[in-house]
Ligand binder design. Structure first.
Ligand SMILES: *Cc1c(COP(=O)(O)O)cnc(C)c1O
Length: 360
């Protein structure tokens, strides 16, 4: 904590709160950590995604009506970013092993122009062969890396790198406080190797100004402030530790939970590295298990209880399309339960695993 207070004091005393040296330094650190050419620090993960799509529209690479494939089980922000830009969100089903887009069953149509692999729970949604074929067809690949900062894919990205956030054409990160790298408030970032795209995102995030008071697009105000950037710079130096702790916890659960009714999340053995943003078990009577754990003092969550295509905001919304069955997403939504994984001790893991094991 003392080093955070020190950083905060430095910013408060500087009198510079927006567009200053802390943001530039953080952007440089983040680009290095994720292995991309450009990182743009912004206000939230949703804004990062939205700015990427808006920038592609401004650059003439996407236009209203174009279809963007999105996994049905993701946080609603992934869908909102697309439909806020007037693009069509096509909900696609997930694979039951990693809960990410099922890349073998993508609902590709002649209107497909982009796809959002969401690295859900910190699992990696990437398969080099499939993604490069899509890319060759001109389909943009925009990673939602909100839950997977520091993850590694087992197969290379479009430009040969392996770190999530650098695999496709552009990526969004969220620094919402509960994410693996959490800000002290809201924050996010967009990543890309494409200079034109990066410049356009930066411009759009700053009222559309390419220089002060010169506005070449009708932009927004989506900037990260100096205080968050200074604090996030410190957090980022701890990324490996934070992810390692979660991985150790996941491996302990994997050893200790032996209830035959519980399906544990799959630990990848293909050389990839997950970030374990969530540890999500499945149980046919999930609500009963959740209540039982709550009765025993263990708080749990459901990520996410209602698949996006079934949310009220998309009932009757012409920007939402479904072409295929979404049965895996719909079934898993009734079975999944996220058990504690952040800042947890081995003793707590033992207690929670024991509670789960003695539950029918
Ligand atoms: C958190 C999250 C977002 C949105 O990020 P915010 O910073 O909360 O706006 C988007 N997608 C996924 C998968 C997320 O988990």
């Amino acid at each position: 904590m003392p080093q955070y207070l020190e950083a905060a004091e430095r910013v408060l005393r500087s009198g510079r709160y927006i567009n200053g040296p802390e943001v530039s330094a953080f952007e440089k650190d983040l680009a290095e950590t994720t292995g991309v050419g450009y990182s743009i620090a912004v206000s939230t993960g949703l804004d990062a995604l939205r700015l990427i799509f808006r920038a592609y529209i401004e650059l003439g690479r996407l236009k209203p009506g174009d279809e963007v494939i999105i996994p049905a089980n993701t946080f609603i922000a992934t869908f909102l970013a697309v439909t806020h830009c007037g693009l069509t969100a096509v909900a696609a089903d997930i694979d039951p092993t990693y809960s990410c887009l099922d890349l073998n069953k993508l609902p590709i149509t002649p209107n497909t122009r982009a796809i959002i692999p969401v690295h859900l729970y910190g699992n990696i949604c990437w398969e080099h062969r499939i993604m490069s074929e899509l890319s060759k067809k001109g389909i943009l690949i925009i990673e939602d890396n909100a839950q997977a900062i520091g993850a590694r894919s087992s197969t290379p990205g479009l430009k040969g790198s392996f770190t999530t956030g650098s695999l496709g054409d552009a990526a969004a990160i969220s620094f919402y406080p509960a994410k693996n790298i959490g800000a002290f408030g809201d924050a996010g970032a967009a990543l890309t190797d494409d200079k034109l795209l990066a410049d356009k995102i930066r411009e759009l995030a700053n009222y559309g100004a390419h220089e002060k008071y010169q506005h070449s697009s009708c932009g927004f105000n989506c900037r990260m402030d100096e205080l968050q950037a200074a604090l996030l710079r410190l957090k980022l130096t701890n990324l490996k530790n934070i992810n390692d702790q979660r991985r150790t916890a996941a491996e302990a659960y994997d050893r200790l939970i032996i209830n035959p009714n519980v399906i544990k999340p799959t630990i990848a053995r293909d050389g990839s590295l997950q970030t374990w943003h969530q540890y999500v078990v499945r149980h046919p009577r999930r609500n009963a298990l959740r209540q039982y754990l709550a009765d025993n003092g263990v708080g749990t969550e459901i990520h996410y209880p209602v698949p996006c295509h079934l949310q009220k905001c998309y009932s009757d919304n012409p920007l939402l399309k479904t072409y295929t069955s979404l049965e895996v997403s719909e079934k898993l939504a009734t079975e999944i339960l996220s058990i504690p994984i952040a800042d947890i001790s081995l003793q707590e893991i033992q207690i929670i695993s024991h509670l789960i094991n003695i539950h029918k």
